[in-house]
Design a protein around this ligand. Structure first.
Ligand SMILES: *Cc1c(COP(=O)(O)O)cnc(C)c1O
Length: 435
């Protein structure tokens, strides 16, 4: 198909020829990079298939149980698949885990006891964890149970403050939480290799500290996972990368048997642990989602890189930039004005298959100190492995873009966001001509 033929359908989607051609030019320079991403996806696809074969996934595994869910072969096999895939002793993968925060809370509450101390050696954790830990006073927090918290920030260049970490570790330090993705902060995302270095350092000071990694947004971006470099417990959400866009709910924990079981006793009940928890009809989406996850993550990654290069060329500041290595799927773009953030999100929304006609507006979201706007025309509500964008309406007016179940969808979203900036005269057309 030539460019003119391809443009026909973009025209129907209200993408101007200028914007389309600008996108094509950006894409031309990305072919080699995309090839490398495809190879990582290929590697991870084999890993997933191999784990499913090793654990003899069968048609019977796709059926669900009801009630208590004793002897749920599909659930138990899926957990064995996750354990194999991540190369660890055990896994907990459940629809009863409501979200990523819940999975992390289970890991923390399951493994910490009154008098213990939790340490984050990589700065402030994800917003929602502030209330789990009690950094912001909150009912039912770890702090209320007498579990204290210490934090060592990253150094200005994003390096680990080894000196500070050494000083912070004491006889009460029981668990260390390491967030792989930058989330919605400006620090760089940690590569799995760097996480490994950090874990090694921590274990060299106190070998029995449980090293937990918040793996949200990081799964399948590299060919290794934190469990390959010494993490005792690795935790994430199924409505991000490992659910492949199909899982409608859920979270996972993988790691040492003892620590996974401790979390299971917290999820269900002491004495019951992993033995209960009916899978209902959810297993096909968990299995098939995991099967698709490597290529879906690759699509999201390509979308993020495309956005970075396109917006960089259009004169905006982006992070990571177009050529930096990536360790998660999040792209930030600084638009410099409230109008810019709003237009960007409206463009993303208008590219959705679901709710494309809806116009997102900024609102006062609980827990935020400014208004927030979110674009998410999703099949699974709130899923951020699907193409989505959000940003606080405050300086420097940065949006965070992530997801895209297919690259063509991510591409359309990015082009439509740029189109919206042009339509609303926030960006001048001459920019596109110049580069
Ligand atoms: C999304 C995310 C979480 C929390 O997950 P929810 O599903 O939103 O509760 C925690 N940590 C990081 C780094 C995340 O990206």
């Amino acid at each position: 198909m030539n460019q003119d033929q391809l443009y026909k359908i973009y025209k129907e989607c209200n993408v101007s020829e200028n914007v389309f051609l600008f996108g094509e030019k950006v894409l031309l320079e990305l072919q080699e990079r995309f090839l490398e991403i495809d190879r990582i996806a290929e590697y991870n696809q084999m890993k997933v298939i191999h784990a499913m074969q090793t654990n003899r996934v069968s048609e019977a595994c796709l059926l669900g149980t009801t009630g208590y869910g004793y002897n749920d072969i599909g659930r138990d096999t899926l957990e064995a698949v996750y354990a194999s895939l991540f190369g660890c002793e055990d896994a907990l993968v459940r629809p009863q885990i409501t979200c990523g925060t819940h999975a992390l809370a289970l890991a923390l509450f399951g493994n910490l006891r009154p008098g213990d101390e939790l340490l984050s050696p990589v700065g402030k954790p994800y917003d929602t964890l502030e209330e789990v830990i009690g950094i912001r006073p909150s009912r039912g927090s770890l702090s209320e149970y007498g579990i204290s918290y210490r934090q060592v920030d990253l150094l200005d260049g994003g390096e680990f403050d080894f000196e500070g970490i050494k000083k912070a570790i004491n006889s009460r330090t029981k668990l260390v939480t390491i967030q792989r993705s930058k989330g919605y902060q400006t620090r760089p995302t940690l590569s799995v290799e760097r996480i490994g270095e950090l874990i090694q350092f921590i274990k060299s000071i106190k070998s029995d500290i449980i090293c937990m990694v918040d793996n949200c947004y990081g799964e399948f971006v590299q060919t290794i996972e934190p469990t390959d470099v010494g993490a005792d417990l690795t935790v994430g959400s199924l409505i991000k990368n490992p659910g492949g866009g199909l899982a409608p709910i859920g979270g996972y924990l993988v790691g040492k048997k003892e620590y996974v079981e401790n979390a299971a006793y917290r999820l269900t009940s002491p004495g019951l642990g992993k033995e209960v928890g009916a899978s209902l009809g959810i297993l096909p989406s968990f299995y098939q989602g995991l099967f698709l996850a490597p290529t879906v993550t690759a699509a999201a990654l390509k979308g993020a890189i495309f956005a970075a290069c396109l917006y960089e060329k259009a004169g905006y500041s982006v992070f990571p930039n177009g050529i930096q290595e990536r360790y998660d799927i999040i792209q930030s773009i600084t638009l410099g004005s409230a109008e810019g953030v709003i237009a960007f999100c409206k463009g993303i929304q208008s590219a959705s298959a679901v709710d494309s006609y809806v116009s997102p507006e900024p609102w006062d979201m609980p827990g935020y100190d400014s208004q927030v706007i979110m674009a998410a025309g999703n099949f699974v509500s709130g899923s951020s492995i699907e193409l989505s964008a959000d940003g606080p309406i405050k300086p420097p007016y940065t949006v965070f873009l992530q997801g895209g179940l297919t690259f063509p969808h991510a591409k359309l979203g990015v082009l439509k966001s740029l189109q919206m900036l042009l339509n609303q005269e926030i960006l001048e057309d001459v920019f596109l001509g110049k580069s």
